[in-house]
Design a protein around this ligand. Structure first.
Ligand code: NAP
Length: 340
């Protein structure tokens, strides 16, 4: 019998990579997507799995518990990967209630259904390094105390503890992966890395003059999404449900990521000025990077740096792609896309 997995958030970056990975492992994958007026399957098409017979798309919304119940009851999956969320920190400040309902309470909706339908279903929750927010120690590991700094982080904190609580209360195999930032050519353009590679490739091609950006000095631990979904899978195959930090163990500033992107485009950027007046100029003196305070966050997470020791030791998982290689992968994809 083929193993059955339900992936929520199939239209997102991780949903697409995980679906491909599980299809290759021989799973029947049910991909939960929410109804929108225009279809949003470009990532599944990019990975050439949209019409794979092992993939079935099912209408699924985290906000509708009856819908979730019927989906799980009819599929009876062995594994549920909850990747769906309002996942963008910036938007969470503008739509905090929606973020709490989707990213927080939505997870409770799924767990309640598992509790009713079949407690043997294994459940993965997509937790995040944003839980650490105003960081209490460096680097951050599984035992580091949380201090989220956005409605997104706070909602994920509720989801994180709810998942652990359902494990402790009802014996459900429910675990959370605390994933640090992971990027790819499938990242949404609103996220900073993809915003940079899209803009820099357009600048190189003469289609855009300048990149407008927020805080240049925040540091993130960036890995490659395609590799991170393998860690997600391994967590659900592990003998006990546990939390794992998934990270590279190295962090870089947004400034460094921008420099790397211009380097991929064979352009050199020099920084001039200070604070909001700082600009990045190319070798002809043309301003290519500008600060726009509209992108600053009401409360910022300055530095995230993960300690991947536990996942390396127990899951035997390790990040293989460093920031420059990741930037190169993304730049190549965006150069090809923007060339057309
Ligand atoms: P993403 O590309 O933004 O995908 C989010 C997915 O959630 C999309 O498929 C979206 O559907 C879906 N969704 C949103 N609201 C929904 C609702 N009410 N009901 C059902 N589906 C809904 O995010 P990602 O980068 O793949 O990340 C996957 C998960 O990991 C997310 O939970 C994210 O918060 C978490 N995470 C991500 C990172 C990272 O660096 N990427 C790090 C840590 C944790 P639409 O396409 O219809 O919008």
């Amino acid at each position: 019998m083929m193993k059955k997995a339900l992936i929520t958030g199939i239209t997102g970056q991780d949903g697409a990579y995980l679906a491909k990975f599980l299809i290759e492992k021989g799973y029947k994958v049910y991909g939960g997507f929410r109804r929108t007026s225009t279809v949003n399957f470009w990532r599944l098409e990019y990975l050439k799995i949209k019409d794979n017979p092992q993939l079935e798309l099912v209408e699924f919304d985290l906000l509708d518990q009856g819908n979730i119940y019927r989906v799980i009851e009819s599929i009876r999956p062995q594994e549920i990967y909850n990747l769906a969320a309002q996942s963008f920190v910036g938007v969470s400040f503008k739509q905090p209630t929606l973020t709490a309902q989707t990213t927080g309470v939505g997870v409770l909706n799924i767990l309640e259904c598992i509790r009713e339908i079949d407690k043997n279903i294994r459940f993965y929750q997509a937790s995040t390094s944003e839980l650490f927010g105003k960081v209490r120690e460096m680097p951050q590991k599984e035992t580091t105390p949380f201090h989220p700094r956005s409605p997104y982080g706070v909602s994920k904190l509720f989801a994180h503890w709810t998942t652990i609580n359902y494990r402790e209360s009802y014996g459900i195999f429910a675990c959370c992966g605390i994933l640090f930032n992971h990027e790819s050519p499938l990242r949404g353009k609103e996220f900073v890395t993809r915003k940079i590679t899209d803009a820099v490739s357009r600048i190189k091609l003469g289609k855009q003059e300048c990149l407008e950006i927020g805080n240049l000095n925040v540091k993130r631990d960036w890995g490659y999404a395609k590799e991170y979904v393998e860690a997600i899978y391994q967590m659900l195959q592990h003998k006990t449900p546990e939390e794992f930090v998934i990270a590279t163990g190295k962090s870089h500033t947004i400034r460094e990521f921008i420099e790397a992107a211009f380097e991929c485009a064979q352009m050199k950027i020099t920084w001039k000025g200070e604070d909001v007046d700082e600009v990045g100029v190319d070798s002809n003196g043309v301003v290519r990077v500008k600060i726009n305070p509209k992108f600053f966050r009401p409360a910022e997470v300055n530095t995230l740096l993960g300690d991947p020791k536990k996942s390396k030791e127990i899951l035997k998982w390790e990040s293989k792609t460093d920031m420059k290689q990741l930037c190169d992968i993304m730049m190549r994809a965006d150069m090809a896309r923007n060339q057309g």
